[in-house]
Design a protein around this ligand. Structure first.
Ligand code: ATP
Ligand code: MG
Length: 334
């Protein structure tokens, strides 16, 4: 069974020249860690919020969003509130924004329906020491990493089946980031959670995710297993992102993608990436790209990519990024 199933979701905002989400399809299964990557403004958060039934004000949507058997776009009122407090939980970048500075950690957890003893269990589950003492503390007494663990404990209070982590580790130092990501991976294994991990960082996605979706200008341009995305990235945009991401131990020059991603006031007839693409053909200007299946089970929205995306062409044409080691991730899960 699929936990999150988004099919052909197109979302229009009033006054925008193009859809904020353009025919997005994405799924997450139980126990699966799925990455969602792309530049700022590509629609990652809007996609995740759709799973909560949270569309921007005035938005109109077509397509479908299902969490397990629930048709999320059809929910209203009390059923929508219950959905947001039940099967899906979202964790954001800044834990301090989620916590009231004058309320104790214990209040934060009991307000989410946990009894005192359950709150202690939840803090233990997210690896916080001295949970009894933590319950009596205020947010300013805890570090950023500890607070993010508290927020994750709060998200787990209602026993969600799907956790949406929107840049949940971006504000943390690298050691704490690795610990929080290891914690999320452990939780998906022990609770069979589906996890949607939103990040700007392709290396992070490759190290922690089973599969990855790459978004550009409101659309999914490539979806692959994490390993395939790194070893044979197919879409020119994915290869561009990898070519401008620094990798430890690699000396390839960083090549920025020219230009800027389009805003909501830019519309296009053909491929939205065409003006920044070094491999565009004339037809890319006029023909909207459709998903091409790849031999490995993935897909890419580019008619040129399945040819140039083969390993040899990738090696010849672009700097080869290194697959990050998963040893540290495995070691820190302990
Ligand atoms: N409530 C809203 N009202 C108007 N525009 C919005 C709203 N929410 C998102 N947008 C616009 O939709 C586009 C996609 O935004 P979204 O937040 O989903 O991007 P993102 O990929 O999460 O970016 P980032 O990496 O910066 O978080 C952006 O152009 C953004 O300005
Ligand atoms: Mg976002």
């Amino acid at each position: 069974m699929t936990l999150l199933s988004i099919t052909d979701l197109t979302v229009h905002l009033p006054g925008a020249a193009r859809p904020v989400l353009d025919s997005v399809s994405l799924h997450v299964g139980p126990g699966e860690v799925v990455g969602l990557v792309g530049e700022s403004g590509s629609g990652k958060s809007t996609t995740a919020k759709a799973a909560l039934g949270l569309l921007p004000p005035g938005a109109t949507a077509t397509g479908s969003v299902h969490v397990a058997d629930t048709d999320v776009l059809a929910l209203t009122g009390e059923r929508l509130r219950a959905h947001r407090a039940g099967p899906v939980a979202m964790v954001h970048q800044d834990p301090r924004a989620a916590l009231n500075p004058v309320r104790r950690i214990g209040d934060f957890l009991t307000e989410r329906g946990a009894t005192r003893s359950r709150a202690v269990e939840l803090l233990e589950a997210v690896g916080l020491s001295s949970p009894e003492r933590r319950l009596r503390q205020h947010p300013h007494e805890l570090s950023g990493g500890m607070l993010q663990r508290v927020v994750i404990a709060g998200a787990l209070a209602a026993e969600p089946r799907l956790l949406l982590a929107d840049e949940a580790t971006s504000a943390l130092d690298v050691t704490t980031q690795a610990e929080i990501l290891a914690l999320l991976r452990t939780l998906r294994a022990t609770r069979d959670l589906g996890l949607l991990l939103i990040t700007h960082d392709l290396h992070l996605a490759a190290a922690y995710c089973d599969r990855v979706y790459v978004m550009y200008a409101g659309g999914v341009v490539e979806q692959r297993t994490a390993e395939a995305l790194f070893t044979t990235p197919a879409h020119p945009y994915t290869r561009g992102l990898l070519a401008c991401s620094p990798t430890l131990g690699e000396s390839h020059p960083l090549t920025p993608i020219p230009g800027r991603p389009p805003s909501l006031s830019d519309s296009f007839k053909g491929c939205p990436f065409v003006s920044r693409c070094g491999e565009a053909e004339e037809s890319c200007e006029t023909a909207p790209p459709v998903e091409q299946p790849l031999e490995d089970g993935g897909g890419v929205n580019c008619p040129v990519a399945p040819v140039v995306g083969r390993r040899s062409a990738w090696r010849n044409g672009w700097a080869q990024p290194k697959m990050p080691s998963t040893e540290t991730t495995k070691a820190s899960q302990g």
